[in-house]
Ligand binder design. Structure first.
Ligand SMILES: [Zn+2]
Length: 268
């Protein structure tokens, strides 16, 4: 579509105006994907075990449900300020796939192969300990155009650690601009240490619950039903057998692409 110069100016003015409104109201609902940012005064977000291998019974934790999304909406309401913005391209139909708890020698390569097959980029929140054991997998991940985030050294519940240990868990993770707290267990102190490590907290919008191994079909549905422009989707390449995740991803990606979505790595 070609617009005459006058209309182009009008479109540019409208876009600029929208940007101004957004800048003036950073706590308001944003279509550009700030929901997953956990910086600022959001305080403690509900923690819940999210991996089979790393799951620990947590007193008072609720049954699986929509807690992840609820937590994000709560952050939005409390006005957790975005430190900056994830940039969405084209018409905004971008999905940010994220994979936690790797690298893992069997399943990380399988996830990478599926992503390559469907021309998708993603973000891998790796454990420092696993990255140290399998640096070649981290290298392959980056070489294929994906980004890598810090998921701490050893997947502890950070808010339960003494400050020195919490600090070590975050600082000993991989070098990155992004940080994701294990079990979504975070608070102002954790956010502050992450910021001191020059890392921005990244949570998620859509929890596929692939760690529960509910069957590939259910994971696929969780991806397809949860998808919306700018959504950050949580899956796992480590922490257990991820055969179902790999199969679900392979089926979901072409369907999302048919709906007009593209898949990008977060700027980590
Ligand atoms: Zn994890």
């Amino acid at each position: 579509m070609t617009l005459p110069p006058g209309k182009l100016f009008l479109v540019a003015a409208l876009l600029f105006g929208a940007a101004l409104v957004q800048a003036a109201n950073p706590s308001g609902p944003s279509p550009s994907g700030n929901r997953q940012l956990a910086a600022g005064p959001a305080g403690r977000t509900p923690a819940k075990p999210i991996q089979s291998k790393f799951s620990k019974p947590k007193p008072g934790s609720a049954k699986p449900g929509h807690r992840a999304i609820a937590a994000v909406q709560k952050n939005q309401r409390t006005g957790a300020p975005a430190t900056d913005d994830w940039t969405l391209g084209n018409d905004g139909k971008v999905i940010y796939l994220t994979f936690d708890d790797g690298p893992q020698p069997v399943f990380t390569p399988k996830v990478l192969a599926v992503l390559a097959r469907h021309r998708a980029k993603a973000t891998f929140f790796v454990l420092g300990k696993e990255a140290a054991a399998h640096p070649e997998l981290v290298g392959a991940t980056r070489a294929q155009g994906h980004t890598v985030g810090n998921h701490t050294w050893d997947h502890q519940m950070l808010t339960r650690l003494i400050p020195r240990r919490m600090h070590e868990e975050i600082f000993n993770g991989v070098k990155s601009k992004c940080f994701r707290p294990p079990y979504r267990d975070t608070n102002a102190a954790v956010a502050k240490v992450a910021a001191a490590n020059h890392q921005r907290q990244v949570l998620w919008d859509v929890d596929t619950k692939d760690w529960e191994k509910p069957g590939a079909a259910r994971i696929e549905r969780a991806i397809l039903h949860g998808a919306y422009p700018g959504a950050v989707v949580l899956m796992h390449d480590g922490g257990g057998n991820r055969t179902e995740t790999v199969a679900a991803l392979n089926r979901a990606l072409p369907q999302l692409r048919a709906r007009g979505y593209t898949f990008r790595a977060l700027p980590c």
